[in-house]
Design a protein. Structure first.
Length: 525
């Protein structure tokens, strides 16, 4: 290229000249590229290879003619019945170290090979907490994901650590093998990755601070039409307020989640998401993930109640102040109605717990205003909904008391009221879970099941049932070939556990213990 020696041209800077030259070369390159033939995948081949393409290969199918896309919409649309199982995928990894596990990640792994660009990835970890002692451990994970292009940049990644264990979903042929990897069963480290694509659904991620929770500033943060909210936290007291706030504002939303016990050996929560300023990484104390759209969820909850006392009437209750428990309601004496084998009598409640093997623990008091209501409850626990109070007993000190007060939202067992004591039972726990899952299946009738999230208490599992993977196998029996994710919990968030696995009429959401709380996600027609 030559320049004339006019005064104007002589004033052209080197930068301007370089730009002009680059512009010329760019135009030439574009012209040459336009002359090259543009190859696309033959239309007749697409039906045979489409199921093997991942979100990284979308351009291959996208270059087929619009007319072909319209003619084969039943195959290509994410909502097509042919795409069942392609929205929610999972993989489980085990290794001797964090680096060993990260080295195994590959684009063709089940969780990273979804056909449609995933919106959310949930990663749960257990074992070797020192690998995540500082944020650099999680940052190493995010670097591997970005460097190997395992997930789209726009995909939100939520990571959680639990000392107690995780739920594992391992792809095996055309189905998933589900298992509960408790801490005692993990040699070194275990990781489960669940990746989801949610058609016609908006995801919102909130990281509320303790000040926002205290001041109730989250009211306008989520869409009014939000149908499901996942809540994760490392602070039980603050999370209790957060859950109550969410349940008050979003009365029809399904709310489930867990407390991730904070340990000084690791950072328990990490989040990577795209913000207007670009990718951001955070380590919040509280995290909420909200779903608004075609993807919805149905809750399931199980505790497992076994009746251990006759019908009781509270005779004397005393309120005491305690520096740790704040307010205690101690039950001094109860009246036991006469029966064919024994006369009516007045006893201390602790005398009714002789059948309980443990010297101390929890006992559940179901209460009502009339004796008839308690009798109906004993006859059909799943059909009669009564308020319940968690009581603490100690045989050594001969005491049964409740922490229930106005602050917790539960009323104490007042003098003159009737009730019955129940304890947690393994057989009832499994039966309740099966019934709760059946109710969730009925709620998703006519919809496409995507996957499940579950948060069982660390006090359940093998120690409770006497064998491994009871709850995982129960889920698989109701939802075969469906992935299940979650962590073994230090506190469960979900609908109040009721006998029989049913939900209370008011669908009260609460922080609980000794339960399993979870949700079944599905795509509505």
């Amino acid at each position: 290229m030559a320049f004339s020696r006019s005064p104007t041209s002589l004033k052209m800077t080197k930068h301007q000249a370089g730009s002009a030259l680059k512009g010329g070369r760019g135009k030439k390159a574009k012209d040459e590229a336009a002359k090259k033939p543009q190859y696309s995948v033959p239309e007749e081949v697409i039906p045979f290879i489409f199921q093997y393409l991942s979100w990284r290969d979308g351009y291959r199918a996208g270059r087929v003619s619009r007319a072909w896309h319209e003619a084969h919409a039943s195959i290509l649309l994410p909502t097509s019945p042919m795409q069942v199982g392609l929205h929610w995928r999972a993989s489980t990894y085990t290794g001797e170290s964090w680096d060993d596990i990260l080295s195994e990640f590959a684009p063709d792994d089940t969780c990273f090979a979804s056909q449609y660009a995933p919106q959310l990835a949930m990663l749960t970890v257990s074992g070797l907490p020192h690998a995540l002692r500082r944020p650099t451990g999680w940052n190493k994970l995010f670097h591997v994901i970005q460097e190997r292009k395992l997930l789209p940049r726009a995909c939100t990644i939520i990571c959680m650590y639990s000392d107690f264990g995780i739920m594992a979903s391992t792809a095996a042929g055309g189905h998933y093998d589900l298992s509960e990897l408790e801490s005692s069963a993990i040699d070194d480290m275990a990781v489960n990755i669940t990746v989801g694509y949610f058609p016609n659904t908006t995801l919102q991620v909130l990281e509320p601070t303790k000040h926002e929770i205290r001041d109730g500033l989250l009211t306008p943060a989520l869409s009014p039409s939000t149908n499901s909210i996942l809540v994760y936290s490392t602070n039980g007291a603050q999370c209790d307020h957060l859950v109550r706030l969410m349940a008050t504002v979003h009365t029809s939303a399904n709310i489930v989640g867990t407390i991730l016990p904070f340990t000084d050996r690791c950072v328990p929560i990490a989040v990577r998401r795209i913000s207007p300023a670009g990718p951001s990484i955070s380590h919040p104390t509280h995290l909420c993930v909200a779903f608004d759209g075609r993807v919805a969820s149905a809750p399931f909850v199980s505790l497992g109640f076994k009746t251990i006392s006759p019908i009781l009437q509270c005779e004397h209750m005393q309120t005491r102040r305690h520096p740790y428990f704040k307010v205690l309601h101690t039950f001094e004496s109860v009246a036991v109605a006469a029966s064919p084998t024994s006369p009516a009598m007045s006893v201390a409640p602790i005398q009714l717990l002789n059948s309980v093997a443990e010297a101390s623990g929890n006992v559940y008091l179901f209460k009502a205003e009339t004796e008839a209501e308690i009798a109906a409850f004993i006859a059909a626990p799943h059909a009669v909904h009564l308020d319940r109070t968690v009581c603490i007993y100690d045989k050594q000190h001969g005491i049964v008391f409740s922490q229930a007060d106005a602050e917790s939202g539960a009323a104490p067992w007042c003098e003159g009221m009737f009730g019955v004591f129940c304890v947690q039972d393994a057989v009832a726990g499994q039966s309740d879970l099966a019934h709760a899952l059946a109710l969730a299946k009925a709620a998703a009738s006519g919809a496409t099941v995507l996957g499940g999230l579950t948060y069982p208490c660390a006090a359940r599992g093998e120690g409770f049932y006497g064998e491994n993977d009871v709850e995982a196998h129960t889920f698989a029996s109701v939802f075969p070939d469906t992935p299940l994710a979650g962590v073994i919990s230090g506190g469960e968030i979900g609908p109040l556990a009721m006998p029989g696995g049913s939900l209370s009429p008011d669908r009260k959401i609460d922080m609980q213990s000794y339960t399993t709380c979870g949700a079944l996600f599905y795509l509505r027609p």
